[in-house]
Design a protein around this ligand. Structure first.
Ligand SMILES: Nc1ncnc2c1ncn2[C@@H]1O[C@H](COP(=O)(O)OP(=O)(O)OP(=O)(O)O)[C@@H](O)[C@H]1O
Ligand SMILES: [Mg+2]
Length: 346
């Protein structure tokens, strides 16, 4: 308990291309608890392929969601992701963290395809207890412009970003919190199917070793349904969100699952070259697009490994009145990322 029973909360803000999502977590008791959840749709094409196209529209949506929550100048934890963020496991000479900080820019130059002067870098030593002459580190490089633009947008929208995390790490953080055993169990793929992008995170014994984006999301299924079956956008969205059934949806879902599977195979191809012969043993699905009926099963069949939908709140209690007019169960798969952000204590 915190002193005087004061609430100590943190707010995770995830700006996706389909929805802006907020999760607030109370850290004042032994176990973090979700106290508030809010979603707000973004107009089409405000964000395309992870890139903000219309700052005004996105800023309005962020302002709106915080106004609805009655929060002014909120401190938030948010994240960046996409092509301009690179996460890579590297090997370098073993040294103390402070020394590594000195040389990381030089190390990164060999691994990052951007102009190193315009990049923000961070890293984590993965085997700090190791003894060999080489150590493994996880290198994160993001174009500085991406970070600056995000901070600028949020300040314009009246919120105060106190931590800028990376999408893949936030997903991993929430997953680990809810599935501690699975997160440490050999090689798994955590696959987040969003509105436009599917993010593949390969974890080995709980450590993210590779992350990759696939240009596929629920928007594509909706557009296919509109084009091929003559549904309106609303009807197609009802099918995607499992509110309406549709005959012969499985064919479309199977080809979508195939596309996601090819992305997972490409992302994990490097495992094939390793000598230990270990490969992805299990797949966990999250994101709003994971709710497409039959998706989990189709992907499991195609990849031939156990595949399941993540329950974002498997081990995270949610206060009964946390969401105003929203079904937490339905929205749960979309909330893994903002939950992972809110679980960070600033
Ligand atoms: N209950 C729901 N409410 C809203 N959208 C849902 C729901 N269930 C499924 N969806 C689908 O999930 C999509 C949004 O998923 P998600 O929030 O994971 O994407 P995003 O983060 O906005 O997009 P991206 O990560 O690709 O930029 C919607 O476009 C919709 O098709
Ligand atoms: Mg998303």
């Amino acid at each position: 308990m915190s002193l005087f029973g004061r609430k100590r909360t943190s707010i995770g803000l995830d700006i996706g291309s389909g929805f802006v999502k907020v999760v607030e977590v109370d850290h004042s008791s032994d176990q973090p608890e979700v106290v508030r959840v809010a979603l707000r749709p973004l107009p089409p094409d405000a964000i395309v392929e992870g890139e903000i196209m219309d700052y005004g529209l996105v800023s309005e949506a962020v302002k709106g969601i915080f106004a609805d929550l009655g929060l002014k100048n909120a401190n938030v934890v948010t994240a960046i992701g996409g092509h301009d963020v690179i996460i890579k496991k590297i090997e370098m000479d073993r040294m103390k963290e402070a020394d590594a900080r000195e040389v990381i820019r030089w190390e990164a130059e060999q691994h990052v395809p951007f102009d190193i002067k315009s990049v923000e870098l961070d890293f984590q030593i993965l085997d700090p207890e190791g003894a060999g002459p080489q150590m493994q580190a996880l290198l994160v490089a993001a174009k500085r412009e991406l970070v600056d633009n995000k901070v600028w947008l949020l300040q314009d929208a009246g919120v105060n970003p106190i931590i800028i995390d990376v999408d893949a790490f936030a997903l991993h953080n929430a997953f680990q919190h809810n599935y501690p055993e699975a997160a440490a169990e050999g090689i798994i793929a955590l696959v987040n199917i969003g509105h436009e992008t599917t993010q593949v995170n390969i974890l080995e014994n709980g450590v993210p070793i590779l992350t990759r984006d696939i240009p596929f999301g629920s928007r594509r299924i909706r557009e296919d349904l509109q084009r091929e079956r003559g549904l309106t956008a609303e009807q197609a969205e009802d099918v995607v969100q499992a509110r309406e059934a549709l005959d012969d949806l499985s064919r479309l879902v199977e080809s979508a699952a195939d596309e996601v599977a090819v992305g997972i195979e490409r992302a994990s191809a490097f495992l094939m070259t390793r000598e230990d012969g270990h490969y992805v043993g299990r797949i966990f699905l999250s994101g709003g697009g994971a709710r497409i009926p039959g998706m989990t099963e189709a992907l499991g069949r195609r990849m031939n490994v156990p595949t399941q939908l993540v329950n974002s709140f498997e081990r995270t209690p949610v206060q009964p009145n946390a969401a105003a007019d929203l079904s937490i169960d339905e929205a749960a798969p979309m909330l893994l990322l903002p939950l992972g952000l809110a679980l960070r204590v600033a």
